[in-house]
Structures are given as structure tokens and as C-alpha cells.
Design a protein around this ligand. Sequence first.
Ligand code: ATP
Ligand code: MG
Length: 425
Amino acid sequence: LTGDGNAPRPTAAVLVTGNEILLGLTQDRNSGFLARALDALGFDLDRVLTVGDAQEDIENGLRELLGHDLVITSGGLGPTHDDRTVGCVAAVAGVELESHEPTMRYLEERTARFARDRGLDPASFVRGNRKQALVPRGSTVIPPVGTAPGLAVDVQGTLAIVLPGPPRELSQMWDTATELPQFRQVLGRAESLERHVLRVYGTSESAIADAFEDAGGDGGGTVTTICAHRFEVEVLVRAPERRRDALDHLVEGMKERLGTAVYLEDERSIEELVLDLCRTRGLKVATAESCTAGLVSARLASIPGSSDVLLGGVVSYANEVKHGLLGVSTETLETYGAVSAECAAEMAAGVRRATGADLGVSVTGVAGPGGGTEDKPVGLVYVHVSAPGSEKGRRTVFPGDRNSVRDFAATTALHLLRRAVTDPA
Ligand code: ATP
Ligand code: MG
């Protein structure tokens, strides 16, 4: 993703180190964090390389990435023999290691306190401290958040930012690194990208791809990413500032073609959107959930401040609870069954009655893997929203395993809730 010639963006690469990452024992979180941060600053990140802890692999990885304006390394700064990144950086840069005295004093003080608190022998930290205070000559030390100091160091004309592996330490020290003068100098050449996001629901990815092509595609200098996530599709359009008009043109063209399927144009999740929509209208929500057993409630409650909208809910898994707590009639359960539009409607009305909520949302379905029949297959879900003067129901069949079906059902319910608020007719 580069500019178009008159202002090439500075390039960046990330080197992730660690056998545990390479072996898949720990999920890499640092490259994703760094990718987002670099993109927001206007860098052109074009490589993420993962290597193990072997000295040779780290050095080769580093050499491979030289030529970028910026290389960020993650991990391998600890006190043990298998934390080798600093030595590798020095070797590739062709400079000696030397002890950094302020870091040495910081580590001595910190480990003395740690030893005292835990009843450990302070002498056992001496070697590790000496190792962690070693830095390549000429580097700038980024003060540690834990015990490992980070580095900003010139390696053959590439600015290397060396950060520890623990994600919390890495992200905090990254903020410090971005303030350093040598970082600012590389950043000075960056051109940040304008961005616009379209969130789309209820239409296929290929229909979105068609809308994109019909609206002119990326010919005008935009870069568009279409990404499906949890049954919603995110369309991210980006362009250098001087191509703002091309970006606006493409976005407008896509919106025209996609119509009401575009439900949001910012970073909020569907949960946040539903809560915001209800909050501004003073509406309260209650849930009645069978196969999702609380997922809809849990997703709403995951957002801070949800309590001014979400009243509560009933996990009505068994028919006795659907009947006993929600008042679903025995006739409905006998005639149509628990997985039916009729039952979903009575569950939603029942939870509204029981809680006094303005909106009752219900889910009932066959999550599988067992329990499917010819006319009620695995993946069949009914969702219903009951509101004053408005009833909305949906029948969907989602092919997938048990938890995908449940996840899909909860997403469907949240979107139906959104529609019930914005489009009550
Ligand atoms: P330490 O002083 O803790 O050894 P370090 O800089 O040497 O720090 P690592 O040894 O590579 O870092 O990793 C320490 C821990 O940080 C790992 O056990 C892992 O839990 C976490 N970690 C390292 N790299 C990553 C990563 N890329 N994504 C997520 N977690 C990571
Ligand atoms: Mg380590």
C-alpha cells in the first residue's frame, strides 16, 4: 500500500521473535497492535516476520528487513540465555555492547525490592541484571515498564525499535518510542491516510464486491479492504489526503448501491450501536433466550454503561421456563413447538411483560449438532423483537457448528433490535 509517486510513505517491518509464537503456543498480539499503530501514523508496513529464539534466525531476520525505514522487534529482552535480541541487534549493527548505568541502577533497585518482598536471595539477580543493562553502543534506551529496557538504534541506516514481548510492556514502551527525535525524523516523511469505514449487514460479500466495482473500484487511488467478521462486513476505504475526492466518490457510490445494508459508518460494534440508539430514546431492553442462553445479554453487558438500557433477561432453555416464567402458552408449545415464530413472539412479549422493558428480544432455535428434523433442521433460528406498536420476527437458517449457530443467532437478534428502534414500522 504505497502512495502514488510524489510522496512515498516511509516503510516499516515488524520482527516477532519467540519459539512460543512460532510453535503456536502463544497467540501473537504484538504484530497486530504494531500494525494498527503504524498504519494510523502513516507508515507503509509491508512485512511481518516471525522467527524463533535462535541467534542465527534473529540475525538473519533482521538483515532481511534492513532497507525498511523502520524495523520494530518484539521479544527476547529477558534475563535468560534464550533472550538474545539485543546481542543480535548489536551484531547486525556491527557495534559493541556496553553497560547502560541508569538501567543497571534501576534494575538493582527493582530486583532488591522484589527479592525482599519474596524472600529471595538478591545475589541471584546480579547476572540477569548485568545482562539486561547491556545495550549496543550508540543506542537510545527506552525506559523499562517491566524489567527489560527497550532500544532505539540505527542499524545500517534503518531505525530499529527494540521492544519486549509482554504485550502490555510493548504497547506502553511503543508510546515512548514514538516520541523520540529519531522516530519523529522517520515519521516526518509519513503521509497519513484518510479513512472511511462502512459497516454492512444483511447482504452477501459478493454483492458488496459488485457495489465496489460498479462504484468505480480503486482506480482513483483509494485502497479498499472488504472483511467479513461475525456475519457483518467491514468495508474500509483509505486514500492519501490529496485523494480525498476519490475516497468520497467511492464511498458515496457504494452507499448508493448498498442502501440500508450500510448500518454504521464508524468504529462502534453492533452492541454499542444498539445501546446508543436505545439510550438516546430512553428505551429499556430485556432478553428471552433459548439456544443462545444469555449471549445477547452478555454481548450488551460487555459494553460499559449498558445498565441504563439493559434491564435483564430470562434464559428459557426448557419449555417449563418458557411457559412458567415467560407465559408462552401450552397450545403454542404443543402446536408449533419451542422452535417457532409463534414461540419467539410470545417469549419476547413475555419478557417485556415480566420486566417492564420497552423492547423484548427473543431467540429460539436448533443449535445442534443433534435435535434437527426435516422441517426444523440444525441451524434454524427464530428471532423476535416486541416493542410498543411494533412486532418484528425473523426466521434464519445458518449452516455451521453449534457455537457458530448461537453466535449468528445473537448477532441476528442484535441487528433486529437495531431495526426495531430505527425502523419501527
Ligand atoms: P521477559 O523479560 O518476560 O522474558 P521478553 O522481552 O524476553 O520478556 P519474551 O521472553 O519473548 O519477552 O516473552 C515474554 C512473554 O511475553 C511470553 O511468555 C508471552 O507470554 C508474551 N509474549 C511475547 N511475545 C508475544 C507476542 N508477540 N504476542 C503476545 N504475547 C507475547
Ligand atoms: Mg524472555
